[in-house]
Design a protein around this ligand. Structure first.
Ligand code: EPZ
Length: 430
């Protein structure tokens, strides 16, 4: 298994280009099959999850032409199979976006049930509630979701839970339903807005994305488009917290500062200097950071996908910080690993208290999930000595060229997979 090996202590300094938003791109790729015409999508992040979903789309008969690492041309006309195999869902949950896309266009979809994952049980009851409200018959048999409808008819749908996935999945199905659909208590994340903008560029009629109420007038067909995915606010925030934790000076480029408001607010609260530009944000930390409290919330609140990153940073902030994780029920596992690096943490239910320490010490740690893995790398970059992060396959699912971008900022980090390579790195840096 590949690992990252890191020699901590270098402040991160410089500029880093941020890629396209993984969580927007996954939904946009699924929605791209809703037309028989050709769709060109660029600013895709070149990460494992994107590549797996492209395989799933090709696997049901769409033509998928990767023009370069960040650009793909898709034509869904050749789709004959509406059955998404478990092998894809097992690799990435977001394959379930093909449910909404296939149901919307073909009024039929069979997708393996996604399991839970490392951060929680992650049910999909709100997705199914939305499809049924539009008139689909939805059955679960032998681990598969079978959804079909004579036709889909617009309805007034009130979600019981604010869900990014359910909002996007039902929005896709409603885009080609008959009549008006009103969706309330919806997610407002930038990637929800990006998917709505993408669908509208294909001729859909979706209004209100980014607010609490989305109104959709169904259309009979969608057409070709060329579209560029928005920048990844979570990748950007990850590098911003890495700057804070390493007493660095980092400018994240090609971002939308408005999408980073909750992150910027917390960085300022703990004592960082933050400067905003049109499409960049600069974060400077001279050390002496102080504690704060944070509660993860749906957008525009503080994102749950940034919780591990602020968690490792707060471990180095003077005073006692509190984190409340209100979205997922199991997203503090990384704190056990952080404690092995000398952090002083205590988890009680969905809250964690973190007593800031002067220094973390390098250790061998394991990445329990995508964002926690990136956060443990931040801890290693700030720690004394050498840190080895195992199971980096998680990190590669959502971060493109992660170690290269960190090295570009002065980090001493390499990807290794043998004890011999670990010894060689240790000798080289000692
Ligand atoms: C998306 O997951 C993201 N994944 C997650 O990012 C992100 O953490 C999450 O949104 C919240 O922002 C993608 O976009 C591919 P939810 P999603 O439905 O859609 C409950 C990453 O690191 N819920 O908004 O699955 C659910 O249990 C990943 O990139 C229901 O109860 O999240 C959770 O408590 C990790 N019933 C809450 O809602 C449902 O039908 C929010 O989940 C659906 C969700």
């Amino acid at each position: 298994m590949e690992q990252y090996i890191i020699k901590g202590g270098n402040p991160l300094v410089g500029e880093v280009e941020i890629g396209g938003a993984k969580n927007a791109a996954l939904a946009i790729l699924a929605a791209a099959i809703m037309t028989d015409e050709t769709v060109l999508i660029d600013n895709l992040p070149d990460v494992n999850d994107i590549n797996v979903l492209l395989d799933a789309i090709a696997g049901i008969g769409a033509s998928v032409h990767r023009i370069d690492r960040h650009t793909v041309r898709i034509n869904g006309k050749g789709i004959t199979n509406f059955d998404i195999e478990y092998e894809y869902i097992k690799k990435i949950r977001a394959s379930y976006y093909l449910l909404g896309a296939l149901l919307g266009k073909y009024k039929k979809a069979v997708v393996a049930l996604p399991g839970g994952c490392n951060i929680g049980s992650r049910p999909i009851d709100q997705h199914l509630k939305g499809f049924r409200a539009l008139g689909a018959e939805v059955e679960i048999e032998h681990g598969k979701i079978i959804a079909e409808a004579e036709k889909l008819v617009g309805k007034h749908i009130y979600f019981d839970v604010v869900s990014v996935g359910a909002t996007i999945n039902v929005m896709m199905a409603a885009a080609m339903a008959d009549g008006l659909t009103i969706m309330e208590n919806v997610a407002k994340e930038p990637h929800v807005v990006d998917v709505a903008n993408f669908l509208n560029s294909m001729g859909a009629n979706i209004r209100g994305a980014g607010t609490d109420v989305i109104k959709i007038r169904g259309v009979r067909s969608l057409h070709r488009t060329e579209y560029s995915v928005i920048p990844d606010q979570i990748e950007a925030g990850t590098f911003m917290f890495a700057a804070a934790a390493t007493k660095g000076d980092v400018t994240v480029c090609n971002v939308i500062p408005k999408h980073l408001e909750a992150t910027i607010a917390k960085l300022v609260e703990i004592g960082c200097e933050v400067e905003e530009f049109d499409d960049a944000v600069r974060v400077v930390s001279k050390g002496g950071l102080t504690s704060t409290h944070v509660k993860t919330l749906p957008y525009p609140g503080f994102p749950t996908d940034m919780q591990p990153q602020i968690g490792v940073t707060l471990a180095l902030c003077k005073g006692t910080s509190m984190i409340t994780e209100s979205i997922f029920e199991n997203r503090f596992k990384y704190l056990d690993e952080l404690a092995r690096m000398g952090a002083c943490v205590k988890v009680e239910g969905n809250s964690a208290s973190i007593e800031g320490v002067e220094k973390l010490s390098g250790a061998r740690v394991s990445a329990p999930d995508l964002r926690a893995g990136a956060a443990l790398c931040i801890a290693g970059l700030a720690a004394d000595g050498i840190t080895i992060v195992d199971d980096i396959v998680y990190i590669q699912r959502g971060y493109e060229r992660f170690e290269e971008k960190l090295r570009g900022l002065g980090a001493v980090i390499e990807r290794v997979s043998t004890e011999r390579e670990i010894r060689r790195f240790t000798l080289k840096v000692s």
